[in-house]
Design a binder for this molecule. Structure first.
Ligand SMILES: O=C(O)COP(=O)(O)O
Ligand SMILES: [Mg+2]
Length: 226
């Protein structure tokens, strides 16, 4: 199971562009990439709510109904813009496609499991030429709950016909690692992604790789344990 944002594709540029368009449309200032990086990985609803809270005018008090209406409006602007620019300001990480290719060549079944809405995830994978490596693609709205809940991983294992203890999660954040631990899956983290502004090597994981093709190499040379 391979995460998408921060693991396969560096999508910060897409987030930055779509959020800037949305914020401008509602009369607020855009955020920097560094600010956005801390907020990515917990799905679009979390992102929009966090961005609205961060950019709220100082001292502004809004009643809950007005706040919900603004969130709804912001989501519509953001969704339209994200779908329009999806993939244009993002790049697959070096070693990502080679890693997927090598894992497939080893006969492994692969699923992409992201918190990104499925309507954003599929076109992005297609635009980067990565869709064909996956038996399944699941988004943050494919199941009732998102990572760090274990449910999406358990359901993905079921789709892959693979026991959780035999199914590796590859991600870039504590969100992925917590979901994997809770689901009983081993987890390897890439060191180059987004981890909510925290150092990645401090996260409880079974291993770390600097490139996805390094993971494939390790899988190929690993000796079975008793
Ligand atoms: O939060 C998102 O939109 C995507 O996050 P993920 O691909 O790292 O799960
Ligand atoms: Mg990620």
């Amino acid at each position: 199971m391979v995460d998408l944002d921060g693991t396969l594709v560096d999508t910060l540029g897409d987030f930055e562009a779509a959020l800037a368009a949305m914020l401008t449309a509602i009369g607020r200032h855009p955020l920097s990439r560094a600010q956005i990086e801390r907020l990515v990985g917990k799905g679009s609803e979390h992102l929009i709510r966090s961005v609205l809270a961060l950019t709220a005018p100082a001292g502004a008090q809004q009643d809950p109904a007005a706040q919900e209406a603004l969130t709804e409006q912001a989501w519509r602007y953001y969704q339209a813009e994200y779908l329009r620019i999806n993939g244009q300001c993002s790049t697959a990480y070096s070693g990502a496609e080679a890693g997927l290719k090598a894992l497939r060549a080893q006969g492994l079944r692969l699923a992409c499991l992201t918190n990104k809405p499925i309507a954003f995830a599929r076109p992005l994978l297609a635009a980067k030429g990565l869709e064909g490596y996956f038996d399944h693609v699941f988004g943050g709205d494919s199941f009732a709950r998102k990572k760090p809940d274990p449910l999406p991983l358990i359901e993905t294992c079921r789709a892959l016909r693979s026991a959780p203890a035999q199914t590796l999660m590859v991600g870039d954040s504590s969100n992925d690692a917590a979901a994997a631990r809770a689901a009983g899956c081993p987890v390897v983290l890439v060191t180059y992604g987004y981890n909510h502004g925290e150092p990645i090597r401090a996260v409880d994981a079974d291993g770390f790789v600097d490139r996805l093709d390094a993971l494939a190499l390790r899988a190929a040379t690993a000796t079975p344990t008793q």
